[in-house]
Design a protein. Sequence first.
Length: 562
Amino acid sequence: MAKNAPKRLGDVLVDEGVVTEAEIEEALRRREKGEKIGEALIRFGYCSDSQIVDALSDSLGIKRVNLGMIFIDDQVLKLLDEDFVTKAKIMPVNISGRRLVIATNDPLDFPTIENVRLKTGMNVETVLATTNDIETAIARYYGFTKTLKSLGIEVEPQKKDTEKYYEEMIREPDRDASESPIIQLVNQILQTAVKSEASDIHIDPTDIEFKIRYRIDGVLSTERALPKVILPKLISRIKVMGHMDITDTRNPQDGRIKTIIEGRPIDLRISTLPTVRGEKCVMRVLDISRDSKGIDRLGLNEKEKQVFLRLIKRPNGIVLVSGPTGSGKTTSLYACLDQLNSPDDNIITVEDPVEIELEGINQVNINPDINFTFANALRSILRQDPDIIMIGEIRDVDTAQISVKAALTGHLVLSTIHTNSAVKTISRLVDMGIDPFLVASSLSGIVAQRLVRKVCRACARSETPTENEKDIFKRNGFEIDKVKRAVGCSSCSNKGYQGRTAVFEILDVNEKIVRMISNHEKEYTILDQAREDGTRLLVEAGLDKVKQGVTTVEEILKLGLD
């Protein structure tokens, strides 16, 4: 490189120790035509988008921003069109005099910066943002704004309280159905959810508007509020996609959409609910492409993994996954099925509903409307010569009794149950009316679990624990010098957390536990024996994750386990 030549992205990343020269050369050799070196490095797994942005910020002294925390004025957006910013992967941020600030993930892409200067006639200043941050901002501002304007709705309307104003503005001219603004709006809501890795989309009506909210890492946040007059059209479009009755607005309905979003297969479970302010809609987002195989994705440590595998590889018995709603029980069951799936076994599931379709596994949906319940489905399944049976949930005594019968007749049964801990599951089965001797004879193991948010690696700060935190650790047999604190940055949308992991309490029902259950021993006596045998409580598993720097004390305390 010539002495006065501008520094290249690859040189910066090598200087900052993010990648090696060999990795740069490999990426240059293998990259596709027109692909930037940064994009190639990320695609080949040599580094992350956030690592590139951090390295550029440190090396060049350019500010990193969180576009999710910035309001971008419509006048700024008019300077560059959507096609250009999408192709260039930049986002205009603000104007100050004759200076235009743009967000980019590559401030060394001088041809693009020069192109922006020529298009706008303004001096250009760069700030840094990740590619995902930029793409989400483009979808939010250009996509939503364009669609809302085609509906005749101002982004910041001056007449929010005038319903007639909106009614007049959303009258659509004749157009091709695929170009309908309502269709575009629904598509953009789904695209934003997938980009944000949201697990659920909530459409909540209020008195004069409705809110679009996304659940990300277990926490609901409002994306935007829109005028209520377009809500019926929006709900109708969703119902059409989910093969639901658009004429029925007074009864709850369920539907399902299978589609491709951002090149990924997505399964959407739809539920509508009539409220006093209008129909509420919730869509569960299942990103099938993100589901890796086996139990490695669950967050088990090596010891927990070995116990878990031992439980599910027994030829018979019941393995139960317990926890409250939203604790990842179904994900754990699907991971078990992935692990066990083999042409040599006849695996049958009965679910309400089937969440993810798995190749090579016979999956059955229950239908209470025709009295096809878990119990009735199980009776039929037992005549199908199964090796492994997965039951979505043990809800009643009939299902529990047939599950016990299946386990005692040589089948492996996997299911979920709503209890707060592994040992309490034993009491729950007995309370259902199952004889303690049958519980002891059929039960192989219980896995209690909870989900906690993982602290953002990009901004987490190590601090000395408070006296209260030290006391919590000490009571649970831990010594700790440092804990992680959630801070917030552009990488995690200023939340301090990114992604979730599970904490587990695994009870292996060995011979000692079997005798104790048969003898009607108390919960605390069984728990003492389980702990003596090596079972780790949920709070202990959670605090261990804190000690490893995976999560924070606040996340564990929120679970109410201490």
